[in-house]
Every structure is written in C-alpha cells, then in structure tokens.
Write a protein that binds this ligand. Structure first.
Ligand code: LLP
Length: 416
C-alpha cells in the first residue's frame, strides 16, 4: 500500500516519484503517510476492546514527522536511548506512554527518563536494577520498572535480529526471573509495574510470538501468587513484512493468537512493533549514474549506497527494485547487480535482478525501505545523508533536508 504505478510512473500515494526526485534530489527516502496510518490502524483494530497500548519502536524510523504522525494517532513509544526519548518529546509524543528498553542505559539516560516520567524502564540485568534504584534514591523518586525476560524461544529469523534465545545478550534468564523480581520488590525506590519480552524481528510465523506470550503470562501468574501483581504485559514487536516472497501471517493473526493466550487477564497488553508499521511505507529513491556491463556480471551504479541502506550488506537483505518509469510489457530484460559508489564489495543494494535496459539518469526505487533504512544510515565515504520526504495524498513534504558536506565536518578541528 502507498506505492503503485499510475500512468506508467511509480507514485507515492498521488505523487509521482520522478516529481519528488526533481524537487528534492536523490538519493531520497520517501514515505507514505496513509500506509503508516493504515498499518497502525491494523494494530488498533486487532486490539479493540482490550486494555492495550501500541508502543511504536522508534529505532525502526525515528524521523520526527513519523513520530508526530504516530503520536497524533495515539501511539506510545518504545525507545532505547536518551536520544530517542528526546525525539519522542520533540515530536509531541507522550513520555507516560513510553517504554525505555535496552541493555546499556547510562546513568544520565535513567535520570532523564525518570524526570520525564516515562511509563517504565525495561530492565535487562540485576546491575541495571541497582543503578536505577540508586538514581531514583538520589532523585527522591520511585522508578517504574519491568524486566525484559528472555523466554528462550527461537524466533526463526536471521541470527542477527533474533533476540529470544539464551545465548543472546538480551533480557534476564527466564529461570532467574522470580528470584530477581523478589529482590526488586524489596527495594523501596522501584515500583514493579510490568514484565516484557521481545524475541526477534521479521518473524513470519506467529507460533513463536504466541509461545513467548504464553511463557511470559505463566511467569506473571507465578509472580502474582508470590505477591507481585503487575500492571502490564509487554509481548514485544517483531511481526514480519513481505520484502520478496515471504508470506507473514497478518498482524491480526499474530495478535489474535497472543490475545487468546492472554484472554481474561487484567493487565494492560503492550506491543512494540517497528518494521510492520513503517517498513512497507517507505522506499529509497536513487538515480542511475552508470550502466556497467561486465564479463561476469552487469552492474547498475546508482547514487544511493550501503551507507544509505545498509540492510543488504549487513544481513543479505532483499529489497525489491522497481523502475520509476514502468517498463513496457514484454520489454527485453537483462540481469544486473544494483550497486552504489562506496568503496566496498559489500556495497550492493540488490543482486542479480532482471531489469529492462536501465540507462543513465533513470530512477530506481528500492522498496520496503521504510524501516531500518534511514535510521541505520551513516556518512561513510563522507556521503551526506539522504533527504526524507513524507507524502500525504497529493502533497510531498520535505521532512529532513539532505545533509551538506560542510555539516559532515562541522564538529572537527585541526589542532595547532
Ligand atoms: N522491541 C524491542 C525491545 C526491540 O529490540 C525491537 C527491535 C522492536 C521492539 C521492534 O522490532 P520490529 O517490530 O521492528 O521487528 N536492523 C534490523 C532489525 C533490528 C531490530 C532490533 N530490535 C533490520 O534491519 O532488520
């Protein structure tokens, strides 16, 4: 949804992508407001009638315009740094609907989170519990906390984005949770408000997600029997999207399974999706610089690169490539690697794609790039970061200007 050909040109909602390239240049991230809203509404309708909160995972796409849109729709937020908290606040998000996750919160971040009254800190170790208690004592506050518990479930996804197994760095061990909750209950500076888990990202089958919810609920029951009744259960994010030919179960099916597992419970149900809200709502638009036929492979060199979209280099991820000018049906095709100008062999955006006679100046769109695209971009090779545009119907809004080269070294000094 959000991107389709109209009169032979790929459009974001009603705006042709070649107009966007003309106005804002390339490389450029383009997002569809309607697609983001519609994905968010899928969560809302699946959870209707249930005391719940959708905390959008800011790391997937942290542009202020995206956060502001979701805040207006009523979303809460899942953050992993003081920087993300600052973004949520700058975008008009509600700290009281914000969960602070992550294994390495600094003292300054904990202090900021408590002062801004976040909904809860999701703790991942006993050392973190001591640190949070000490900061709360100093500030004369009670810190609302939950533990992220590692349910030891295989999310069956790429190993780099799988987080629910014992050997990953995330969460406290399932078998130790009761002991750690009991220790936390003895600390006057903390209020135990919840329990959570997140087993991995880009899951296409609901089974592991539902199993994890069941294990967390069983633990919440044991904690309640031991005298610690919690206000919320956070079952994480991780619902996958279609990049190529994956057939992820729909959001409703994932949530129905979990809701069945949690039926009749009194805690607020929290989910923290990122990719499934913004992933298919964005594309990376690039222009062909050169076409380079080779003896072993043919290359299309575009002006976007691994620094703009690192997912292919990092995870071997597959993003569909579409020509902005729709190829005529029956047009002859050849096989190309779509690569960027960065000096690394890993600088590819797509491999072995059938494209119809790409030429210098043509525009290509890397699809499904709305999540973990711009958010993971870098300035490698002193490349200014891409512009970002949010399309709403027939309007295209520049929501982040293209960086300038001067900005890249503005903080650097030559000594002496
Ligand atoms: N909650 C927690 C605690 C998380 O760590 C994450 C993602 C999410 C929620 C959101 O997961 P999602 O719904 O987006 O799957 N850079 C990788 C993905 C890393 C995900 C990290 N954690 C990629 O490009 O595939």
């Amino acid at each position: 949804m959000g991107f389709a050909y109209r009169n032979g040109v790929l459009c974001a909602e009603e705006v042709p992508l070649d107009d966007i390239a003309r106005r804002f240049g390339t490389p450029c991230y383009v997002y569809s407001r309607a697609a983001i809203e519609s994905a968010y509404r899928e969560y809302e309708s699946a959870l209707r009638g249930r005391d719940s909160l959708v905390c959008y995972s800011v790391k997937a796409n942290s542009n202020l315009a995206v956060l502001a849109l979701l805040a207006r729709l009523g979303a809460g937020f899942d953050i992993v740094s003081g920087g993300e908290l600052a973004r949520v606040l700058a975008a008009g998000g509600d700290a009281r609907k914000t969960l602070f996750s992550g294994v390495g919160k600094t003292e300054a971040e904990i202090e900021l989170a408590l002062q801004e009254n976040v909904l809860c800190l999701n703790l991942e170790s006993e050392s973190e519990l001591s640190r949070v208690a000490a900061v709360a004592r100093r500030l004369r506050r009670r810190a609302p906390v939950a533990f992220r518990v590692n349910p030891d479930i295989d999310a069956r996804t790429h190993p780099y984005i799988s987080t629910g197994l014992r050997e990953t760095k995330f969460g406290i061990a399932y078998d130790e949770a009761e002991r750690i909750y009991a220790a936390a209950a003895r600390l006057p500076e903390v209020e135990l408000v919840g329990i959570g888990c997140h087993i991995g990202s880009q899951m296409t089958s609901a089974a592991p997600f539902v199993d994890a919810a069941g294990r967390i609920a069983a633990l919440a029951d044991r904690l309640a029997r031991a005298g610690t009744a919690l206000k919320h259960i956070d079952i994480g994010g991780g619902i996958g999207i279609r990049y190529r030919d994956e057939t992820p179960e729909p959001i409703g099916a994932f949530l129905d399974g979990a809701l069945g597992m949690l039926a009749g419970r009194s805690e607020t149900l929290i989910v923290d999706p990122g990719r499934s809200i913004v992933g298919n709502a964005g594309v990376l638009l690039g222009r062909v610089e050169y076409v380079k036929p080779g003896t072993a492979r043919n290359f299309v060199v575009v002006d976007a690169a691994m620094n703009d979209l690192p997912r292919p280099a990092l995870y071997g991820a597959w993003h569909e490539v579409r020509a902005v000018r729709e190829p005529e049906s029956g047009a002859r095709t050849a096989v190309y690697d779509v690569v960027g100008p960065v000096c690394e062999s890993a600088d590819f955006l797509a491999k072995e794609r059938s494209l119809s006679a790409p030429r210098e100046g043509d525009l290509l769109a890397l699809m499904s790039a709305g999540a973990y695209g711009m958010a993971m971009s870098s300035n490698y090779n002193s490349r200014p970061r891409a512009a970002e545009v949010l399309v709403d119907g027939a309007s295209a809004h520049l929501v982040r200007s293209r960086e300038t080269v001067e900005q890249l070294f503005a903080l650097e000094r030559i000594p002496g």
